[in-house]
Write a protein of this length. Structure first.
Length: 135
């Protein structure tokens, strides 16, 4: 298997762009729900469900350019985000309960760590391609 810096850099750029747009949109939704009086943990669940669907579609077809195997890749994507959600929730709860930051600012801090974990899982597991034999 060969490793292309250009291909990996392009995927990383696209991941950050798509993830940034999706994260900003979902953060705005999260903030609206919190300001509307929804408990921050419930707002986070809603944020994740909608973000998973939009993120999967954008990453699958544009970031990683993977077309076959929708069911398998979506199952892996959802499994990834279940783990990422619990990791995010644990970080956010630790920040809020320790009274370090409020839920809105705490989520921004937590996202910095969560995004890196998400990229690694998506790049090397969810959307990875099996190496092809050299002819």
């Amino acid at each position: 298997m060969t490793f292309s810096i250009n291909d990996h850099s392009k995927k990383l750029f696209r991941f950050v762009l798509v993830g940034g747009v999706n994260t900003i949109g979902m953060y705005i939704l999260y903030a609206i729900l919190v300001f509307a009086g929804l408990p921050y943990n419930i707002a986070l669940i809603i944020d994740y469900v909608i973000g998973i669907i939009t993120g999967y579609l954008m990453h699958r077809y544009w970031t990683f350019g993977v077309y076959p195997g929708v069911v398998k890749s979506f199952a892996k994507y959802c499994a990834t985000y279940v783990g990422v959600y619990f990791f995010n929730s644990a970080l956010l709860n630790a920040i809020v309960h320790a009274k370090l930051l409020n839920p809105l600012i705490g989520q921004i801090v937590a996202l910095g760590i969560v995004v890196l974990c998400s990229f690694l899982l998506q790049s090397f597991w969810v959307f990875s391609r099996k190496p092809t034999a050299v002819k």
